[in-house]
Design a protein around this ligand. Structure first.
Ligand code: ADP
Ligand code: MG
Length: 618
């Protein structure tokens, strides 16, 4: 019998491969957009005609290709992105199979024009059904332009199989949006039949979402943020009341790559449980960052599915993070981006007159006097002159319903001068001093009636400062220290622009500004809680935080200002706190409106009651 096995000719092999990679025009759009991103483009233009059936062209300003690379790029398994199998476990690029261009060129008319920045002359290549028609030098801007015409011209069955223009265009837009959402810093534009579909400037994540889904989206978003050893989660979920009946805006990105993952989607739905109207689905834009070696993106040729090493932990973390964000948004109006004018001045301080802060102290107050616990159902004792004995009870029940319980605690003292214990008489102070401990220069441990409370000092202090700043910004009762010599700081014009917009808010926290000119800002007075050398750091932090916010929302800028200053001014982990500072912090925290979370929604304290301890000692 004669031998019958033959190697397939390249163009046939390529066509077969194309069947996997190029299912429809949208697949071409995805591959080409990803190539442009892998080439470090900062600006990408997509031009589509007849839903991609006639033309798909991508023009990027990325690094371009040399003459040899330009030709090589159309060979199957030709890639610049991996050199060994090990690289597969540490992928930082979108592509790696070296199949896309070869596949596309097998089933379409392709024209490539590309130039490396340092070369004067670029290369133009025309390929039709894997056959090189032309290769010649050409004048072209630096970067790459790839035009794919007459897709499936040589596979009529595939061409006939394409859906209506509306459907195919929808798929293209989906791919475009996924890439756009994954890369908010890249300028992106899309045109269809000469009409502009998207024009997206570089921005932060929120601006990008709003740029794609429209201005109204801004108020629908609830921020999500969590950082753990195995994953960092960022992004937004859409408030339950704006959810849709269709599987609308559900976006997961892992290391900037759009993925579909029913299991993680389930985690999000589980977090929304009970909050969504009947049969509605949660909408979300969630960005997971994980160590690339803990995922396998190789299980699907079009790479929207990936495998995680530790999917179960991810599920749990995701679910609780989102639950937490939703919970915070429900109880904390400060996270509500609705531009309701009432919210612009939190805590109903709007019409209040400014007053000098004062402390009222009950000299007979001894926190260690034991008193019977309050009757069941009775409200929490309020921290006032008449009723201070229940000091320890203030912490009772915090674990279960922090916001509700603590909202009943009305502290008359102002945090600015709240050195409660220092001003106390010797006896009480001495005892108080022994009731807090610092662990690892990071946590403050204090006893409470029912057991103990462990406080994260950095987060707690952020919460205290945040509320203080919000009050100051709205009530304008801050104090400022005049600088002997004005501080002159340099910023670029867009940074200065941002600072000028926030001038009033900053002044209300205690800043006093002099001249603003020639990219410099003169600071003549600063908040008393700051030292001169900290000022540049605080402003730097503020500018970077503002970059992550959508401008022109006065309310959220106030909020960002308060959050940012709180973050940079709060005691850090690793700082030793003396007894009175610890006491002060504990008291100030529980005098807050929302003591249980930091301004960025992280837990500030946990409690452990006697029964839990008993259980541990079993
Ligand atoms: P892969 O992206 O998996 O490497 P492709 O077939 O998509 O495979 O591309 C092959 C190679 O062509 C890439 O590795 C890259 O070196 C080069 N290339 C493709 N598109 C571009 C582009 N827009 N700019 C610069 N180089 C590109
Ligand atoms: Mg590619």
């Amino acid at each position: 019998m004669t031998d019958i096995i033959k190697l397939l000719p390249d163009h046939v092999a390529n066509q077969i491969a194309a069947g996997e990679v190029v299912q429809r025009p949208a697949s071409v759009v995805k591959e080409l957009l990803e190539n442009a991103i892998d080439a470090s483009a900062t600006s990408i233009k997509l031009i589509v005609k007849d839903a991609g059936k006639t033309l798909i062209q991508i023009i990027d300003n990325g690094k371009g290709m040399s003459e040899t690379d330009a030709r090589m790029s159309f060979e199957r398994h030709a890639t610049s992105k991996i050199t060994s199998a090990d690289d597969l476990f540490n992928l930082n690029t979108k592509g790696f199979r070296g199949e896309a261009l070869a596949s596309i060129a097998a089933v379409a008319h392709v024209e490539l024009k590309t130039r490396i920045h340092d070369n004067d002359i670029g290369t133009r290549i025309e390929i039709e059904g894997s056959k090189v028609i032309t290769q010649e030098p050409c004048a072209t801007p630096s970067g790459t332009s790839l035009a794919v015409k007459n897709l499936f011209f040589n596979i009529p069955a595939r061409r006939n199989f394409l859906k209506s223009n509306n459907v195919e265009l929808r798929h293209i837009i989906d791919e475009f949006q996924r890439v756009a959402l994954a890369h908010p810093k890249i300028v992106l534009a899309m045109f269809h039949n000469d009409g502009e579909v998207f024009q997206l400037p570089a921005g932060n994540l929120k601006q990008r979402i709003v740029g794609i889904f429209g201005g109204k989206t801004n108020e629908k978003l609830v921020p999500v943020a969590e950082e753990t050893d195995i994953v960092t989660i960022q992004g937004f979920v859409v408030k339950p009341e704006f959810s849709k009946k269709t599987r609308g805006e559900q976006f997961f990105f892992v290391n900037d790559r759009f993925i579909k993952n029913p299991y993680l989607n389930h985690a999000v739905s589980a977090a929304f449980e009970g909050l969504l109207p009947d049969r509605a689905r949660a909408s979300y834009f969630l960005y997971l960052t994980v160590d690339p070696s803990t995922i396998d993106i190789n299980i699907h040729p079009t790479k929207t599915e990936i495998k995680f090493d530790d999917e179960h932990s991810l599920y749990a973390i995701l679910r609780s993070t989102i639950k937490h964000s939703l919970g915070q948004f429900n109880i904390a109006p400060i996270l509500d981006f609705d531009r309701d004018s009432n919210l612009d001045t939190p805590y109903a301080y709007k019409d209040k007159h400014a007053h000098t802060p004062k402390v009222e102290i009950d000299r007979t107050f001894n926190p260690f006097d034991t008193v019977p616990p309050p009757k069941k159902g009775a409200s929490m004792p309020s921290y006032t002159k008449q009723n201070v004995e229940g000091w320890e009870q203030l912490y009772e029940g915090l674990k279960t319903k922090p916001s509700e319980e603590t909202s009943n605690i009305t502290f008359e003292s102002d945090e600015v001068t709240g050195d409660l214990f220092q001003k106390e008489t010797g006896h009480a102070f001495a005892k108080a001093e022994s009731s807090t401990y610092q662990l690892n220069n990071k946590y403050i441990i204090s006893t409470i009636k029912s057991g103990m409370v462990i406080i994260d000092q950095h987060r707690a202090h952020q919460r205290v400062l945040y509320e203080e700043f919000l009050r100051n910004i709205t009530v304008k009762e801050s104090v400022s220290q005049q600088l002997l010599f004005p501080l002159v700081l340099s910023y670029n014009s867009s940074e200065l622009g941002l600072l000028v917009q926030l001038k009033e808010g900053l002044e209300n926290t205690g800043f006093v500004f002099g001249k603003v000119a020639n990219e410099t800002l003169e600071v003549t007075g600063i908040p008393t809680s700051l030292t001169e050398s900290e000022v540049p750091i605080v402003i730097e932090q503020l500018l970077s935080d503002l970059e992550n916010e959508v401008p022109d929302t006065g309310f959220s800028q106030t909020d960002t200002l308060a959050k940012s200053m709180a973050k940079s001014m709060a005691v850090k982990a690793g700082e030793r706190l003396d007894a009175s500072s610890r006491e002060h912090l504990v008291n100030s925290l529980f005098a807050c409106k929302e003591p249980s979370v930091s301004p960025s929604n992280r837990t500030t304290f946990i409690t452990m009651n006697a029964e839990e301890l008993d259980r541990k000692f079993k």
